[in-house]
Design a protein around this ligand. Structure first.
Ligand code: AMP
Length: 416
């Protein structure tokens, strides 16, 4: 079913949203992007005259009740954003009473789904190596189905709108869909937009296509890097992973972050890039610091010649120019992961240079897609969110979608 054609009037709708928002130490929401992202779907349910049940996870309580990860803390933010007083059900697995009392035009938020291990469906307290693991897993999968069935029992229809967790086959993101017929389950507006943005990049590539992959580690991005090698014209690798490449090629990297067990992998990526005719752009110089803090002493050094006691923390001036060149001429751009420790203002310049080049290319007609928590945080930090084509709410989900995998959250609705 398509959400635009669906009329929620008189129906109870259960919507899986991604309200996994960052909180400060006092439980205040520090960034409402994800709440705002869900609004079009939530408002449609209410405007049609439906009763709205929202469910989400927050953090990783690993199947236990952890008050610091309670969604109760965000009820006011959601109420303000939606313009209705949101009610709260303190036990998502036992919310029959709150659901029964919910009327058309009203909204209810269920407590953190991951207080129940059934949500993720992974056995807890048993090691993967344990001979009893596979039996425990089977049992947990059964319990996951029961949990999903319980959630489904609250509503007449199901909307999947949590792109950030769409790459997981969890009770609320995929399994629950089995308990609704095709006419009563659908993707929400945010999911539709996200899927469309990925499609824009993958099936409608305007060249040159430049991808920028940064962040701390190459190991977590290897799947997408390998996949991109078959698609892009320019691949910029930046951030902490730079130093694994520099070391693999015989460089001295001082105290820089490095994955010593991924040196061969780095060489392999360099080789594959050549074979595929991809212009691999790696940093040549960097800003090194003598401590991992904002006010560390700094010096500019070659990325493959960093003195002992110093660590590469941001892209250097020459590198920034190289990156900008590969970005500014592009017609399709994908950015995931910062070029330095951008959380420290003094090491955010490389990421800012990337953001500025992307904004320039976008103004010249490129389609730019930014995804992954940290690159989004970067763009927001620089106040440039409105200068790129699309900002994805997904990190892992976005990367898996771009790798060409069908996301379980999409497959559960579309049956692919
Ligand atoms: P990831 O979670 O792998 O996407 O990495 C994001 C994190 O990488 C951010 O918190 C950055 O601070 C960090 N990062 C980027 N560049 C470096 C670097 N040169 N050294 C250490 N951490 C870095």
């Amino acid at each position: 079913m398509n959400i635009d054609q669906f009329n929620f009037a008189g129906k109870k709708a259960i919507v899986r949203v991604d309200f996994n928002v960052p909180l400060d130490e006092n439980g205040n929401v520090t960034d409402e992007t994800r709440i705002r992202g869900a609004l079009p779907t939530l408002k449609k349910v209410l405007a049609d005259g439906g009763a709205l049940i929202m469910m989400s996870h927050m953090g990783k309580p690993k199947g236990k009740v952890k008050p610091e990860l309670s969604l109760k803390q965000i009820v006011k933010n959601v109420s303000d954003a939606l313009g209705v007083d949101v009610k709260f059900a303190a036990d998502c697995g036992n919310a029959d009473k709150e659901v029964a009392e919910l009327k058309a035009g009203e909204a209810l938020l269920l407590e953190n789904l991951r207080y129940y291990p059934e949500e993720e469906g992974k056995p807890v307290g048993i090691d993967k190596e344990d001979p009893a693991y596979s039996e425990a897993k089977k049992e947990m999968k059964e319990r996951q189905k029961e949990f999903a069935k319980k959630l489904a029992s609250y509503a007449d229809c199901y909307v999947m709108d949590a792109f950030g967790t769409a790459h997981r086959r969890h009770a609320s993101t995929a399994v629950i869909a089995d308990y609704f017929d095709a006419d009563n389950k659908m993707l929400g507006y945010l999911m539709e937009k996200e899927v469309q943005a990925v499609d824009n990049v993958l099936s409608n590539i305007k060249r040159p296509f430049t991808a920028i992959m940064g962040g701390s580690k190459v190991s977590t991005k290897i799947g997408i890097i390998e996949n991109l090698l078959g698609k892009v014209d320019n691949l910029i690798l930046c951030g902490g992973m730079t130093y694994t490449f520099a070391k693999a090629q015989g460089g001295n990297i001082g105290n820089s972050i490095c994955e010593n067990d991924k040196l061969d992998l780095a060489l392999d990526i360099i080789k594959k890039a050549k074979e595929n005719g991809v212009n691999l752009v790696l940093g040549t110089d960097c800003i090194a610091g003598d401590d991992f803090k904002n006010d560390a002493n700094t010096q500019i050094c070659q990325a493959n010649n960093i003195p002992e006691g110093w660590e590469g923390m941001d892209a250097g001036p020459e590198t920034r120019k190289k990156f900008a060149n590969a970005i500014e001429g592009a017609k399709t751009i994908l950015w995931n992961g910062p070029a330095g420790v951008f959380e420290f203002d003094n090491f955010a310049g490389g990421s800012k240079a990337i953001a500025e080049a992307i904004a320039k290319a976008t103004a010249n007609g490129a389609f730019s897609l930014i995804g992954g928590g940290d690159s989004v945080a970067c763009i927001n930090k620089f106040g440039m969110a409105d200068q790129v084509s699309y900002i994805s709410t997904g990190g892992g989900a976005l990367l898996e979608a771009i790798e060409g995998k069908v996301l379980p959250g999409v497959a559960a609705i579309k049956g692919e």
